[in-house]
Design a protein around this ligand. Structure first.
Ligand code: CAA
Length: 257
């Protein structure tokens, strides 16, 4: 697929996706979501990429699903096209994904950020679910992902009211990871991505699997998965390298095998 609504580049093992529909504040139409998901899957397969980043522009990470595209839908056209099903593919990505947010992350835009593993935001960025004001509700995972991130009470309040929340407030609730000066968002996201890219890739992947499993598994099942994943790391050369480097008092060099 040639990309119409995103741009993508790889630098220092970081695969960046730049949302590029500025005339409508990066409103996510179906093709744009397909392009994002396809690129994430390519990066997940690529040996040149260890960490992924999704960014918007100064005004918007993304202002939600494309309202014009949706407005004449019926339940049946929605059910048959099932436009949100493709979002499930993001949940299956193994490598870390960082959302780098300036401006608004609303509705589907906030859902896209919540599908990422870490969210770095500018101090004047805003997050929210305005769907209730359109007579609908979040449909690409917002009610589930936000609730799992911040708990039922705050999620209900936020989604019911449909209000935009300041980045610092979102940080306090635990909905996002870091808030920095607007002009430093990309730099800080990239720095964080590079830090992750320098860690042992197999550990990073198995940590993601284990942490994500915590919300769906019983404690015993989760502990069991963690333990098996811990044991599995001992199959890697990076485990040998990491422990050897410690005893030799030097920095490890991880290869991802
Ligand atoms: N869909 C389609 N077009 C959109 C859009 C969206 N979600 N958000 C913004 N745009 C368009 C506007 O229509 C406008 O286009 P024109 O210049 O052609 O008029 C352009 O982007 C700029 O927007 P504004 O003039 O409105 O900019 P603003 O700075 O005054 O306001 C805003 C910014 C508060 C974000 C406002 O644009 C807004 O409220 N947007 C809609 C936000 C929203 O409701 N999102 C939820 C969508 S539903 C959803 O996401 C469902 C789901 O769960 C997946």
């Amino acid at each position: 697929m040639s990309n119409q609504y995103i741009e993508a580049f790889v630098e220092d093992k970081i695969g960046v996706i730049q949302l590029n529909r500025p005339e409508v504040l990066n409103a996510l139409n179906r093709q744009m979501v397909d392009e994002i998901v396809e690129k994430l899957e390519q990066y997940d397969e690529s040996e040149d990429v260890r960490v992924m980043m999704i960014k918007g522009n100064d005004k918007a990470f993304a202002a939600g699903a494309d309202i014009e595209e949706m407005m004449d839908e019926t339940p049946l056209t929605m059910e048959l096209a099932d436009p949100f099903a493709v979002w499930d593919h993001i949940t299956l990505i193994n490598k870390p994904i960082i959302a780098s947010v300036n401006g608004v992350a609303l509705g589907g835009g906030f859902e896209l950020a919540l599908h990422c593993d870490l969210i770095v935001a500018g101090e004047s960025s805003k997050f929210g679910f305005p769907e209730v004001q359109l007579g609908v509700m979040p449909g690409a995972g917002g009610t589930q992902l936000l609730t799992k991130a911040i708990g039922e009470r705050k999620a209900l309040e936020w989604i019911w009211l449909g209000e935009q929340m300041e980045a610092r407030e979102a940080l306090k609730l635990g909905a996002i990871n870091r808030v920095v000066a607007d002009e430093l968002v990309f730099e800080e996201s990239f720095r964080l991505a590079k830090q992750l890219a320098n860690q042992a890739p197999i550990s990073i992947r198995l940590i993601k699997e284990s942490v994500k499993a915590a919300k769906d598994m019983t404690l015993m099942d989760g502990m069991n998965l963690e333990r098996k994943n811990f044991y599995l790391t001992f199959a890697s050369e990076d485990q040998k390298e990491g422990m050897k480097a410690f005893t030799e008092k030097r920095s490890p060099s991880f290869k991802g095998v």
